[in-house]
Design a protein around this ligand. Structure first.
Ligand code: N2P
Length: 361
């Protein structure tokens, strides 16, 4: 009898351990986008194991999601891509009752993301930012003079970029962000979905292509910080990571992030749960953890991107919340534009134009 009781007990224990181990969440987020200590904190607090992978392209994420069975429970597309993915049935509606921390979300950002995700039914904002220019101050001043300004002409004026080519230029491999920036520089509406406008943006990009060292969306952080390149068309927080990396290394490199005078793209990265996610409950626990003001403040303080959580703002370092290039004041916001998703027909024009720019064919 005693023996039986022991066996039964150990069977129970095995079941309990088995259940605890099965609790996991698989997250696919942008590279260089979180303080890894937060992931440890999540597992410590919830007992849920986390698998965390990274990507650096909306197009690559979209291909994975449309193929189905991505194996992920939480993914982070930009809002302008999310809208099309919702329509394609890629995501499930969030269970709001499992997300009490959503009371901390910032109405202004919720209003902006609602145009891609009506009622914010499928996603929560993780971070938002701008697509602008990272500059190595010393190297650029040496070639263009101290008054090199804050215009997109650093990238799009052949006369300027050709003088910077020798110190290294990276441009994001992000067609739906870079082509509209070129259109904007030409005085066209950057949000235009007219193929003729998109092709004009492409032609401008082809004219500067000989001076571009690389089209890539994450290597520029270290390259800027080490002084390997002097100019990058990149994302706000990434340039700030490079800025503070160089500062810490005390390597003589000074980096500046510019929101160009002519205006820039303001984008929103949204956390969402795929329809075929295997760990839906745990995914909600993760989203709720991210919306805890203390946690999202720690993430923002680490990656220098603004977030969509209003309660987190008093917890932000002043070098973040008070920097107009991270949390742009109203007057800067007026020059920012937001992209709507391209219908498939126009998306194909964007993709074809971009292939021509990058491969020269
Ligand atoms: C993080 C880049 C995310 C911004 N390194 C692009 N949506």
């Amino acid at each position: 009898m005693k023996k039986f009781a022991l066996v039964a007990l150990s069977a129970l224990a095995t079941v309990a351990v088995g259940t605890a181990q099965a609790q996991e969440v698989r997250v696919l987020n942008w590279s260089d986008y979180i303080d890894e200590d937060l992931l440890e904190k999540f597992t410590d607090e919830t007992g849920i194991k986390i698998t965390y992978d990274v990507f650096d392209s909306n197009e690559v994420l979209e291909a994975k999601l449309l193929a189905g069975n991505s194996g992920y429970d939480v993914v982070v597309p930009s809002a302008s891509f999310l809208a099309r993915q919702i329509q394609a049935g890629v995501f499930q509606q969030l269970d709001q009752s499992a997300l009490p921390n959503s009371v901390h979300l910032w109405d202004e950002i919720k209003a902006a993301t609602a145009s891609s995700d009506p009622g914010n039914a499928y996603s929560i904002n993780y971070m938002w930012g701008t697509t602008g220019i990272g500059v190595n101050v010393g190297m650029v001043a040496e070639r263009l003079g101290d008054d090199y300004g804050s215009s997109w002409d650093l990238i799009f004026d052949v006369d300027k970029i050709s003088k910077l080519s020798d110190c290294g230029v990276h441009i994001l491999d992000a067609p739906t962000e870079v082509i509209p920036a070129a259109m904007n520089y030409l005085g066209l509406d950057p949000t235009s979905q007219d193929p003729a406008d998109i092709e004009k943006g492409g032609e401008l990009l082809e004219s500067i292509r000989p001076y571009v060292t690389k089209f890539h969306s994450s290597e520029y952080i270290d390259a800027l910080a080490n002084g390997e390149i002097c100019l990058a068309l990149g994302w706000s927080g990434d340039v700030f990571i490079a800025l503070y990396e160089a500062d810490d290394a005390d390597n003589g490199v000074t980096i500046e992030y510019i929101v160009p005078d002519e205006g820039a793209l303001m984008w929103f990265d949204q956390m969402a749960i795929p329809t075929d996610a295997g760990n839906v409950e745990e995914a909600h626990v993760f989203l709720n953890f991210i919306m805890d003001p203390e946690n999202i403040a720690a993430a923002t303080n680490y990656v220098y991107y603004a977030n969509g959580n209003v309660t987190s703002q008093p917890l932000l370092d002043s070098e973040v919340i008070d920097d107009p290039a991270i949390y742009p004041p109203a007057e800067t916001q007026e020059s920012l534009y937001v992209l709507q998703p391209y219908p498939p027909r126009v998306q194909r024009v964007v993709t074809r134009t971009w292939t021509r720019v990058v491969t020269g064919s």
